[in-house]
Design a protein around this ligand. Structure first.
Ligand SMILES: Cc1cc2nc3c(=O)[nH]c(=O)nc-3n(C[C@H](O)[C@H](O)[C@H](O)COP(=O)(O)OP(=O)(O)OC[C@H]3O[C@@H](n4cnc5c(N)ncnc54)[C@H](O)[C@@H]3O)c2cc1C
Length: 468
């Protein structure tokens, strides 16, 4: 990278926080995304606050250097892999937390992870009720930038539902604040839709392509301290799907709930090994694994009764393996992703949302595509709101086998198109979904024009949001 550019970066943040050393750049050339090649940036810079971010973006614009904002680097679809010779802006130094106890809200710097925030809020018997499995490394801002989800989403929906406002540095270096905090006299974050259109929403799920989020303001909830773990069995997919739907329709508080086919559950549990303590079970054709969580015990008792009643009304039965949902709720990071990390498999993933009652459509498409291409894979998922279920199908390949890799890449493209036709929507509009959404021409054109307006030099994470 141009030495004069590096010198200017040093002038902004100091020598300690700029590097173009190869061993340092190695770290930034990859992420948790498996199946993506490394790309070396030209330099990395680690600003301390929004003002430094602003100066860096002005400079990048002047030099037309592509920029990749990076927080935890835990994203899985290649969206934080830099451009060759570009600039990575690492935001982990922005780690302030301000709790507005009376407003039940919090403001967290872009570098604050869910794990840190959870520890902080625990002292107040409070939490952010969406807790991604990657919480010890994934930042709140990074998760807002992808509109992530996680355990908790069964009740609260995706991250977007919890956001009250954002501080964003636009590509030209201007700093804006959305939500109530746009008024400097406001006591803090208490309402997102404060000044006309939802500008907060513009940056949620924007994958670092429209600006850099330097602070996130979120709703805070009282912690759920009472849980009931149970598994429910159904002979048909419709029974399991309707069960999930009816739970939420009746306001049963299920922060984490998932449907499994019996055959896939055997496969998962086999991979996990015995330490989970899930007993050998004759699984029904479809199992729902659900955690009910409530603040008060009497609420939990009432929800528990309601869940059992709904299950019976739908012709289901209690399987009585609480170890499965409990393991998922308390230690989910080790579950399904671990299989691939441990075994050294690579994968192509196709995160998406489907309605709970359309759950079988996704599963059918995945099996058909795997059979057609002769590849292996699986899918798991969880409830992400009253009418939304998040799937993360993984198609595996051996990185040493180029033929198999090509097959998986072709299968992945076909699957995205087929899923789109079932009514599924991408979890993130990252490049891995572009084939699936290609019919949405007016929508994609609008995003393109929006990006051109906000970022005329296309410096912000080019090619990432919908491939634009
Ligand atoms: C084991 C494991 C489990 C996971 N479980 C979940 C889960 O349950 N739920 C879930 O949602 N995800 C999950 N993920 C994926 C990942 O953790 C999320 O995508 C996460 O939100 C990424 O956050 P990050 O801070 O690591 O962001 P990064 O990976 O650094 O960046 C993600 C994207 O956001 C952009 N970005 C980062 N910071 C900013 C910023 N401050 N301003 C603007 N743009 C920015 C980047 O350019 C990139 O496009 C998991 C990943 C792993 C490895």
């Amino acid at each position: 990278m141009d030495t004069s550019f590096i010198k200017k970066l040093v002038n902004i943040v100091g020598t300690e926080y700029v590097s173009d050393r190869k061993d340092v750049l190695l770290t930034y050339s990859a992420s948790a995304s498996i199946g993506y090649d490394r790309v070396y940036p030209g330099a990395v810079v680690r600003p301390a606050n929004a003002e430094e971010v602003s100066l860096i973006l002005k400079l990048a614009n002047e030099h037309k250097v592509p920029v990749t904002p990076r927080s935890g680097g835990s994203s899985l679809q290649g969206e934080v892999i830099p451009k060759e010779g570009g600039l990575v802006i690492d935001l982990l130094r922005l780690d302030n937390i301000t709790f507005f106890e009376d407003l039940r809200s919090i403001r967290a710097g872009a570098g604050v992870t869910f794990g840190t925030l959870d520890k902080y809020l625990k002292k107040y018997d409070s939490w952010i009720p969406v807790y991604p499995d990657s919480s010890l490394i994934c930042t709140v801002a990074g998760n807002v930038a992808v509109n992530g989800a996680g355990p908790g989403s069964g009740v609260q929906g995706c991250m977007a539902e919890l956001v009250l406002g954002l501080e964003v540095v636009l590509p030209n270096g201007e700093i804006i604040q959305t939500g109530t905090e746009a008024n400097p006299y406001a006591p803090g974050p208490f309402l997102r839709y404060a000044f006309g259109p939802d500008l907060t929403g513009l940056f949620i799920g924007s994958l670092g392509s429209l600006g850099i989020i330097t602070a996130v303001s979120l709703k805070v909830h009282k912690r759920m301290n009472h849980y009931y773990y149970q598994t429910y069995g159904f002979d048909t997919a419709a029974g399991a799907e309707n069960f999930l739907s009816e739970l939420r329709h009746n306001d049963v508080s299920v922060p984490l709930a998932a449907i499994y086919e019996g055959r896939i559950l055997d496969f998962f549990l086999d991979m996990l090994g015995e330490e989970y303590g899930v007993p050998q079970t004759e699984w029904p054709a479809f199992t729902v694994s659900a955690t009910i969580g409530r603040i008060r015990k009497d609420q939990l008792e009432s929800d528990k009764k309601m869940a059992i009643q709904i299950c019976e009304e739908l012709g289901g039965r209690i399987v009585n393996v609480p170890e499965l949902p409990q393991g998922e709720w308390e230690d989910r990071m080790w579950t399904f992703l671990r299989s691939s990390y441990v075994h050294g498999w690579w994968w192509m993933m196709l995160y998406h949302h489907q309605t709970p009652t359309n759950w079988h459509r996704t599963v059918e498409e995945i099996w058909e595509v795997m059979d057609k291409y002769g590849i292996i894979g699986h899918t798991a998922g969880f409830l992400t709101g009253d009418s939304s279920y998040n799937f993360y199908p993984q198609l595996y390949f051996d990185p040493e086998d180029p033929e198999e890799e090509q097959k998986v890449r072709a299968a992945h493209k076909e699957l995205s198109r087929r899923l789109f036709k079932t009514g599924a929507v991408p979890f993130k509009l990252a490049a891995y979904w572009v084939e699936g959404v290609e019919e949405m021409v007016p929508y994609l054109n609008f995003i393109r024009r929006l990006k051109e307006t906000i970022d005329p030099n296309n410096i912000m994470n080019p090619g990432v949001l919908g491939g634009i």
